[in-house]
Design a binder for this molecule. Structure first.
Ligand SMILES: NC(=O)c1ccc[n+]([C@@H]2O[C@H](COP(=O)([O-])OP(=O)(O)OC[C@H]3O[C@@H](n4cnc5c(N)ncnc54)[C@H](OP(=O)(O)O)[C@@H]3O)[C@@H](O)[C@H]2O)c1
Length: 319
């Protein structure tokens, strides 16, 4: 199966290494890679994990035409406000009857319903396992193992930076020092306000709600309040009472639509939502037939994100 990559940063490089390590059991070839500044690489027989780049294709569409692949993997950076240019990249692939896998939550948070319909019309598959839980199974888990189940809502602790910042504050360090530590761990956006103000969690909440609850919302429609007003004094005071704070995403189907919110919540230290630290994340699914079940990912990194993309590729290949 020939694959075209749009984007070759942390996830793309980890994916290229993973694909090389899993061959020949999974005969996937990277037929082309297109980037913003490094140019374009093409080889119908398969590029190496560290390819040489030539001049850039004039556009994503021209790149897709020249790559001649069956699947696009869209792994360009997230634009949380519009989901672009990833949404247009995915549409360009559907127009060429290519399957699409993405780890970019922007398109799912902004345009999931219309993209799903376009994929159906084109007769191709659209998969996005790595968008919200860094590759830990959520969408594939529901699709493959929970027949007949209706998802009624979810509760998640999905942002890593805020957990690192809160843990720093528990030790008496400032918010800026906590952000500095998250930067050193490589988990913070260039603009840390995106994490602190809850925008990252709102995008994940909108994406999950669009897929699991047919919500048809954008991140702007999630009621969001981040941890910006939290102080070390408040966090230490709570710690003395065996409590802590987490930025929690909550969603519920209701008679009048889906209720969505992201908020810093005070939790008992023993609460399962308080148990996840650092880059670990947790998602509880509230269902009709299976009660509440969950997915936890302990300290996932870019290798796990790449694995989620790989799992999606394997599903497409098997079909
Ligand atoms: N990193 C993670 O652990 C993780 C986890 C979950 C989801 N994700 C998502 O996965 C996606 C990729 O993340 P990453 O960490 O690999 O990002 P990254 O390291 O910043 O790499 C982004 C890549 O996209 C390329 N690019 C930027 N704009 C482009 C455009 N318009 N057309 C074609 N290529 C373009 C860049 O090109 P240049 O190299 O030339 O600049 C770079 O190769 C993001 O949407 C992110 O939110 C990442």
């Amino acid at each position: 199966m020939r694959i075209a990559l749009l984007g070759f940063g942390n996830v793309g490089r980890a994916l290229a290494r993973l694909l090389a390590s899993q061959r020949p059991a999974f005969p996937f070839q990277i037929a082309g890679i297109h980037t913003a500044r490094h140019g374009t690489a093409l080889d119908p027989d398969g590029l190496p994990a560290e390819p040489a780049f030539g001049p850039a294709a004039a556009s994503a569409g021209e790149f897709l035409d020249r790559a001649g692949a069956e699947v696009l993997v869209e792994i360009t950076p997230l634009d949380p406000v519009s989901g672009e240019p990833a949404v247009s990249h995915i549409r360009a692939a559907f127009a060429r009857r290519m399957h699409v896998v993405t780890a970019n939550k922007g398109p799912i948070a902004h345009a999931y319903a219309s993209l799903r319909e376009e994929a159906e019309r084109a007769g191709v598959l659209f998969r996005f396992e790595s968008t919200c839980m860094d590759g830990a199974p959520v969408y594939n888990l529901i699709r493959s193992t929970l027949p007949g189940v209706r998802i009624l809502g979810f509760t998640g602790v999905l942002n890593s930076t805020t957990k690192v910042v809160i843990e720093a504050m528990r030790e008496g360090r400032s918010m800026q020092e906590g952000i500095g530590e998250a930067r050193r761990l490589g988990i913070t956006e260039a603009d840390a306000a995106y994490d602190i103000d809850g925008w990252d969690s709102a995008a994940k909440t909108a994406a999950l709600a669009n897929v699991l609850l047919d919500a048809r919302v954008t991140p702007q429609q999630v009621r969001t309040q981040g941890i910006g007003r939290l102080t070390p004094e408040r966090v230490m005071d709570l710690a003395a009472k065996r409590k802590t704070v987490r930025l929690v995403s909550r969603a519920r189907r209701g008679a009048d639509g889906t209720r969505l919110r992201v908020r810093a919540e005070v939790l008992d230290e023993t609460d399962i939502l308080a148990s996840v630290q650092g880059t670990s994340n947790l998602l509880l699914l509230h269902t009709d037939l299976m009660g509440t079940i969950g997915t936890v990912s302990i300290s996932p990194g870019v290798a796990q994100t790449a694995y989620g993309v790989f799992a999606d590729l394997v599903e497409i290949w098997r079909r």
